[in-house]
Design a protein around this ligand. Structure first.
Ligand SMILES: Nc1ncnc2c1ncn2[C@@H]1O[C@H](COP(=O)(O)OP(=O)(O)OP(=O)(O)O)[C@@H](O)[C@H]1O
Length: 264
C-alpha cells in the first residue's frame, strides 16, 4: 500500500547548517496498518510525514502508493490518497468559515480543478450524516463559525475533513498533543474508530509513549534521520514504556532526548 524505499533528505547540504533529516528510510505498510512513530527531538518524524504528503521532495529514494511512484508528485496530486491532521487545531480548518463551509472545502479535495462545490441541500445532508458519526453534536451546529469551537471539537472536525474524501492514507502529526487529557482521549477514540471503519493505512507521530504502544498494530522509532527500530504486531503485544525507552538507549547509545515526551 505505502512503500518508502531508501528515502533521504538533507537540509542546507554542504553548509555549516547541514542537517540530515532522513537517512535511507525504509518502511512498508500494508492496507490498514496503523503505525505509531516515536523518536527524539529532530529525529525526522515531521520530515517523514512531509515527504509522504508531498510538502517536500526527497533527495534520494522512492515512495510508492498502491504501486505508483509519487516522490516527485505535488502535494495537490497526492491529496486524493492522503489525509493529514496537524498538531495545531487551527491548522486544519478555516476559523472564519462555518462548519458546513469547511466541509464543503474538504469535499472538493482531490476532485478536478474547477469542480463546483458549495453548501446546498444535497451536500448539507451528507455533511450532517458525516458530522453525526463523530457523536459530539456538531451536526446541530453546522452554521457555527469554526473559530468558536473548542480545540477538541476542531481536531475532531479536522479528522473528519481529512478523511472525508476517503483517502487511503492518514497522517497524524501529534494531533492530540495540544489538547487537554479529556479532549485528547476523545479525539484518540474518534481516530481509532475512523481508522478502523475506513480501514485506513495510518502513520501517527506521538510524544506519548503509552499512546504509541496502545494504539495501532506497529511502531517505529526514529533517531537522527534513521528508523532505528520497527516493532511488529506480535512484538507490540506486552511492550511497556520502560522496555521501549530501554530499546532506544540500547540502539542509539543514549537516553531519549525529547523535551515533550509523555510517558503515559
Ligand atoms: N526546513 C528546514 N530547514 C532546515 N532544517 C530543517 C528543516 N526542517 C527540519 N529540519 C531539521 O531536520 C531535522 C529533522 O527535523 P524534523 O522536524 O523532521 O524532526 P522531528 O522528529 O519532527 O522533531 P521534533 O520532535 O523535535 O518536532 C532536524 O535537525 C531539523 O532541525
Amino acid at each position: 500500500m505505502l512503500k518508502i524505499e531508501g528515502v533521504s533528505k538533507l537540509f542546507n547540504p554542504g553548509t555549516v547548517d547541514e542537517k540530515i533529516a532522513l537517512l535511507n528510510a525504509n518502511l512498508h505498510m500494508k492496507q490498514g496498518d496503523f503505525v505509531t512513530v516515536i523518536g527524539s527531538n529532530g529525529a525526522g518524524k515531521s520530515t517523514l510525514m512531509n515527504i509522504i504528503s508531498g510538502v517536500m521532495k526527497p533527495d534520494a529514494g522512492n515512495i510508492y502508493i498502491e504501486g505508483t511512484e509519487v516522490s516527485q508528485l505535488s502535494e495537490y496530486s497526492r491529496s486524493k490518497w492522503i489525509g493529514r491532521v496537524f498538531q495545531d487545531p487551527m491548522a486544519g480548518t478555516a476559523p472564519r468559515m462555518t462548519i458546513e463551509e469547511n466541509l464543503a472545502i474538504a469535499y472538493k479535495r482531490g476532485k478536478p480543478r474547477g469542480f463546483s462545490f458549495g453548501v446546498n441541500s444535497k451536500n448539507r445532508k451528507v455533511f450532517r450524516e458525516e458530522l453525526s458519526r463523530l457523536g459530539i453534536g456538531l451536526e446541530n451546529r453546522m452554521t457555527a463559525k469554526v473559530g468558536l469551537l473548542s480545540g477538541g471539537e476542531r481536531q475532531a472536525l479536522s479528522l473528519l475533513m481529512a478523511t472525508f474524501t476517503r483517502p487511503q492514507i492518514l497522517l497524524l502529526d501529534e494531533h492530540t498533543a495540544a489538547l487537554d487529557p479529556a479532549r485528547a482521549e476523545l479525539v484518540t477514540t474518534l481516530t481509532e474508530n475512523i481508522v478502523r471503519e475506513l480501514n485506513l493505512t495510518t502513520l501517527m507521530v506521538t510524544h506519548n509513549m503509552e499512546q504509541a504502544i496502545r494504539l495501532g498494530n506497529r511502531l517505529i522509532m526514529m533517531d537522527k534521520g534513521k528508523i532505528i527500530l520497527q516493532v511488529d504486531e506480535a512484538q507490540k503485544q506486552g511492550l511497556t514504556v520502560e522496555r521501549l525507552l530501554g530499546e532506544f538507549e540500547r540502539i542509539s547509545g543514549k537516553k531519549m532526548a525529547d523535551d515533550r515526551v509523555v510517558l503515559g
